[in-house]
Design a protein around this ligand. Structure first.
Ligand SMILES: NC(=O)c1ccc[n+]([C@@H]2O[C@H](COP(=O)([O-])OP(=O)(O)OC[C@H]3O[C@@H](n4cnc5c(N)ncnc54)[C@H](OP(=O)(O)O)[C@@H]3O)[C@@H](O)[C@H]2O)c1
Length: 256
């Protein structure tokens, strides 16, 4: 019998109500993890929990907003109370924020995007790390983006700043907690077919253009991104920390 990659592990996945987070929560559960699934929409989370349990896995849902520190605390509490501790976190929830010329971006919209995408990720890690330290180590994973890291895209200032800020965050956390066995990494997906992508790309022409930006001349699916998160969560990546892992179909290197 092969051992599952996350057997006996407890994980938190944010942004689990759809897209990359949902696909990753399903894969984590399939690989043996007990999963706390989080997002704002309760009904979608409940459906996911049923799906995981029907497949023989274990999960619990908690709805809330990742910009609230109390929610970050509550997620760790539920992981500890229900499943006995915390080993893995996938801080994946995110928002597009204001799209359009920077000179027209309202301060409140800028601040909200940074609150969710960057401060929300920080708050998650801040409260997850002490629980992981009690287990003697763990893996913290964020979802960043090629936008703001390897590519500049007009009209994405707040999104790019938040996602690029995360790269600084992982490097700092990786050196701060590496000596205590905690690894901290980010995935940087390329264009992935999710509700967020459809919010940004609202026509077939836009999708065709974005497919063409990738070396592979296509976009991805959430199911194709999830195994990279599993890799960073599992012991297979035991010597990998502080890394911004491109899972981007070559959008970062394509010049054609
Ligand atoms: N799709 C792409 O092409 C792409 C590329 C690079 C990076 N990413 C990143 O991938 C991550 C996942 O996005 P996705 O593409 O899978 O889109 P998605 O399907 O729209 O998922 C976004 C998730 O974030 C949750 N969320 C948003 N704001 C939240 C908040 N304030 N508090 C709690 N949960 C919140 C949403 O759930 P609720 O609405 O229920 O709260 C949803 O579960 C994001 O961080 C995104 O920036 C996506």
């Amino acid at each position: 019998m092969t051992t599952k990659a996350l057997a006996d592990k407890v994980a938190i996945v944010t942004g689990a109500s759809s897209g990359i987070g949902r696909a990753t929560a399903l894969l984590f559960a399939q690989e043996g993890a007990k999963v706390v699934v989080a997002a704002r929409r309760n009904a979608e989370l409940d459906t996911l929990v049923i799906e995981i349990e029907t497949a023989g896995g274990e999960a619990v849902a908690l709805a809330g907003n990742i910009r609230d520190e109390a929610f970050a605390v509550a997620l760790v509490e539920i992981a500890t109370d229900r499943f006995g501790g915390l080993d893995v976190s996938f801080n994946n929830a995110g928002t597009l924020g204001p799209m359009g010329p920077s000179q027209e971006v309202a301060l409140a919209d800028w601040a909200e995007a940074l609150d969710v995408n960057l401060t929300g990720a920080f708050l998650g890690a801040k409260h997850q790390i002490p629980a992981m330290l009690k287990r003697g180590g763990g893996s913290v994973i964020f979802t960043s983006s090629f936008v703001g890291h390897t590519a500049g895209m007009p009209g994405t200032a707040a999104y790019a700043a938040g996602k690029a800020g995360m790269i600084g965050l992982i490097k700092t956390l990786a050196v701060e907690y590496g000596p205590q066995g905690i690894r901290v990494n980010a995935i940087l997906p390329g264009g992935t077919d999710t509700p967020m992508a459809h919010q940004m790309l609202d026509s077939e022409e836009a999708w065709t253009f974005v497919r063409g930006m990738h070396a592979l001349k296509r976009t991805s699916t959430p199911q194709e991104i999830a195994p990279s998160v599993l890799y960073l969560a599992s012991s297979a990546s035991g010597f990998t920390t502080g890394t911004a892992l491109l899972v981007d179909g070559g959008v970062s290197i394509n010049k054609t």
